[in-house]
Design a protein around this ligand. Structure first.
Ligand SMILES: NC(=O)c1ccc[n+]([C@@H]2O[C@H](COP(=O)([O-])OP(=O)(O)OC[C@H]3O[C@@H](n4cnc5c(N)ncnc54)[C@H](O)[C@@H]3O)[C@@H](O)[C@H]2O)c1
Length: 255
């Protein structure tokens, strides 16, 4: 898909990899709208970029639907959706305090997996409204964010791993569901990236977490995620898959 003249809804866009993606797409001529938590920097970031901000918590389905519809109304159409809102907890299947509680497990699945699916089903419907010139033309592309923990979760990441593996797992099925509308679905699975989410990780832990990368042995940069997101948008053959963005990194069982 050519980016020039298209519109993007970017969820989690107030910070990190999503914000870098907003900037990358705008530099190529796209319009954009940001969805993020009401407590985020979204308002200020959007003002600075001259775009609109639509506050919502992706765990609240009704609020999210309203924010998506408001963003759609502000843009007039949507062709690109990038979703990064998510996060995890540190808790083992069985720990010193006993078995993993179900409530926090459900919470992580609710935020990452159900939150992403809710966004995707609504984003797909908005994209399905796009006019095409002929049968087979593209209407949209959805980019979701998993983690390499989807494939090799570390000790204490069971809820996060389950949720992110769900995101990776539904990519092909959703791509198949949406193929008839000309909508693609691709997931990015980053290793450790220097964003708001990882800002508190001590240097020692960062070294330990990146030492098993092939090259480069460092945290990824938000701009590197944005570059891949742009490549996914531009390359129509990328669909129904999960792309690792990790410098050849494989998480070991422990830090
Ligand atoms: N940074 C990493 O090392 C890393 C690695 C692998 C995967 N990820 C995934 O990337 C995503 C985080 O992106 P980032 O690293 O750019 O972090 P970030 O904190 O810089 O940006 C995430 C944005 O999402 C927003 N957000 C969080 N919860 C939300 C909610 N419930 N509703 C709406 N918005 C919400 C935050 O306010 C923030 O602006 C998560 O899905 C995370 O699992 C991050």
């Amino acid at each position: 898909m050519e980016i020039q003249g298209k519109n993007a809804i970017v969820v989690g866009g107030a910070s990190g990899m999503a914000l870098a993606s907003v900037k990358e797409l705008m530099s190529k001529g796209a319009g954009a709208a940001i969805l993020d938590l009401p407590t985020s920097n979204g308002e200020a970031v959007a003002k600075e970029l001259g775009i609109t901000f639509h506050p919502c918590n992706v765990m609240d389905a009704e609020e999210t639907e309203k924010a998506l519809n408001d963003a759609y109304d502000a843009l007039g159409s949507v062709h690109i959706a990038i979703n990064t809102a998510g996060g995890g907890i540190a808790k083992k299947t069985l720990g010193k305090e006993g078995p993993h509680d179900l409530e926090s497990f459900r919470g992580v699945v609710e935020l990452n997996l159900i939150g992403t699916f809710n966004l995707n089903r609504l984003q797909a419907e908005l994209m399905s409204r796009n006019d095409i010139e002929q049968e087979g033309d593209e209407r949209g592309v959805i980019i979701n964010t998993a983690s390499i923990a989807a494939f090799e979760g570390q000790i204490g990441q069971v809820a996060y791993t389950a949720a992110k593996a769900g995101i990776a797992g539904m990519s092909l099925t959703m791509a198949r569901d949406l193929g008839r509308y000309g909508i693609r679905v691709v997931t990015i699975a980053p290793s450790l990236f220097a964003t708001g989410l990882t800002a508190g990780i001590p240097d020692e832990a960062e070294r330990s977490l990146t030492q098993h990368a092939a090259y480069p042995k460092r945290m990824g940069r938000p701009e590197e995620y944005a570059l891949l997101a742009r490549g996914i948008v531009e390359n129509n053959m990328l669909n129904g898959t999960t792309i690792r963005l990790d410098g050849g990194q494989r998480f070991t069982p422990k830090l």
